[in-house]
Ligand binder design. Sequence first.
Ligand code: ACO
Ligand code: LMR
Length: 264
Amino acid sequence: GRVRAPTHIISTISDDRGDEPCYAGVPMSTIVEQGYGVGDVISLLWFKRSLPRYCTKFIEICIMLCADHGPCVSGAHNSIVTARAGKDLVSSLVSGLLTIGPRFGGAIDDAARYFKDAYDRGLTPYEFVEGMKKKGIRVPGIGHRIKSRDNRDKRVQLLQQYAHTHFPSVKYMEYAVQVETYTLSKANNLVLNVDGAIGSLFLDLLSGSGMFNKQEIDEIIEIGYLNGLFVLARSIGLIGHTFDQKRLKQPLYRHPWEDVLYTK
Ligand code: ACO
Ligand code: LMR
């Protein structure tokens, strides 16, 4: 019989061998002719399935509203400094991307993990937050440097409004809001942030859409797909900041002495 040489790579999301590339079996002509959007392409390449429009639209909203948050945040700052050091686009981009992590933009997966675990175990917000405190872990998805009870994050409100209108269930998001109510009773800046809103709402998307079984949801959460949304989104802004600095012909950045506390 025919013997198949063992392959060194297994790939399941796309195929470039035919007349046209396919994403999860969907040919490029269908993607273009049927008017698929970026949310559909993410669904195909990340989740290997077509998701309903309300889900792909939600993904697109996440991408749009996380694309940038001004020049002062860690990622944009790094990209700006790198561009001003005369580095190329890719270097400036990755310099910014490398700041994405547990404190900045990369708390979505952990927010989903901890909110899911706490909700599924039936913990009250008090038990959850105080339990995290005992373990010395800050609640991912809670807290912001400039947003607070009196200066809410509009992005969070927009995500919540969209989900209230379009999602069959928002039980995880409602739990996250109850957690926020409790954390706000401790300090004004302990709001549900955009990472926490996306993390909890993606749990609602995964469990409420009927498109994923329990094992698939656990796998998505365990692998950690969701920080990818912020990485992808913020790349748009970081590229913008890089072009902006180059367009403005900004010189090498040097931080002012006056802004450093030199001490022994
Ligand atoms: N959970 C519990 N307590 C918290 C939290 C939290 N998430 N955040 C702050 N606190 C409390 C702690 O008691 C903290 O004291 P500690 O330093 O001894 O732990 C105290 O508030 C003081 O915190 P601040 O200095 O006001 O917080 P800061 O402004 O430095 O941090 C940050 C903001 C980094 C977002 C923080 O709230 C945090 O780590 N949150 C969790 C991670 C997260 O969700 N990051 C995503 C932010 S949104 C984005 O980047 C797009
Ligand atoms: C962001 O989207 O970059 C932020 O929410 C972080 C910040 O401090 O503004």
